[in-house]
Design a protein around this ligand. Sequence first.
Ligand SMILES: [Zn+2]
Length: 433
Amino acid sequence: MSELLFIEGGRVIDPAGGVDGIRTVVIREGKIAEVAERVERPRDARAIDARGRWVTPGLVDLHVHLREPGQEYKETVATGARAAVAGGFTSVCAMPNTKPVNDTASVTELVLARAAAAGLARVYPVGAISKGSAGEELAEYGELAAAGCVALSDDGRPVVSSALMRRALEYARAFGLPLTVHEEDPGLVGKGVMHEGAASTRLGLKGIPGAAEDVMVLRDLALLELTGGRLHVAHVSSRGAIRAIREAKARGLAVTAEVTPHHLALTDEDVAGSGYSTDLKMNPPLRSAEDVRACREALADGTLDAVATDHAPHSAVEKDLEFDAAANGVVGLETAFAVCLELVRVGAIPERRLIEAMTAGPARAFGLPGGTLARGAAADAAVFDPTAEWVVEPERLHSKGHNTPWKGRRLTGRCTHAIVAGRVVHEEGRADR
Ligand SMILES: [Zn+2]
């Protein structure tokens, strides 16, 4: 454990602190002591040479699936946290669709205990909106909040009953917890397995229209207006949903939203181009080029607050199947930065805005600490080499899940160091502890 750490000579990008320039970050006893242009390093301090690199607040991911308890063959809290720090994420929010569902303090406490034992990324549990995420009865929000949940979600499923959703918003408001919602109308989804459009017609696969997402977002914005409270829309993918969120924000409603790297980078035509690869099957599905353009514009203008990976590891048992039968979801923690950096390179998103959407934006959405390198803040930071090229080899990922749509692809940009509370928890090229 290093008491005094200097990250020297890198381009420090801290949108929350208004810093963008060559600086040295000084970390003392787990806190940011100073971010300065010139500062003398004592001989006993540890140094990281960050010349030619970016130094950012540790990335914050509002949406990951760590699979523990219950599906440890897919991922554990420890392997997920390892994948997180390898990707530069120092804080991740763990979705409750485990087995059992995180709808009680005992599951929340188990996740927190596993995270503490791993000693890697900070893990913030998300509790269930309804008991067993069955959509029938509200979970005990007071118990979940007291145990350490930072938000509530039935992710993987929509809250179908409007009346239950109304009561959930009212009840969560009492504890100051945001509801993070998975928006799809089950009737409109039907047996759909990809976006409804020209590609699905050509491939002969059942489609899911963008309207399946739009109508649920519109409903929940109407309920939010009725109840107050805080709504966070998970994995936004449709331009209709974006239009609704933009309009609601303009009216002052307390809504935030996230978008995944894959919904920013890939379209339904990529499903066709991949030859039905199930590594491109997820929910919501990859949508049209117009939807992708809308997602990029909304991330750039702040309508979408955060990039979140929806890291969803599966084993070959769930994925090596026909497209119709395969499980939804892709891993994303270790590729998110490089995939998003490509958006900067093509001029879709300014680089400082991207870093904000991966640090301060998500931290603000859930009221989490972190997301800044302000003096006195917990020293969570990441160092990236924005020019490092690498080829995605699934078996070399730290995640147990190998279900990545970027398999075999050459990406540019890589995390070289991750620091949590002043401790270097990931260093590229170093063997795991
Ligand atoms: Zn999810």
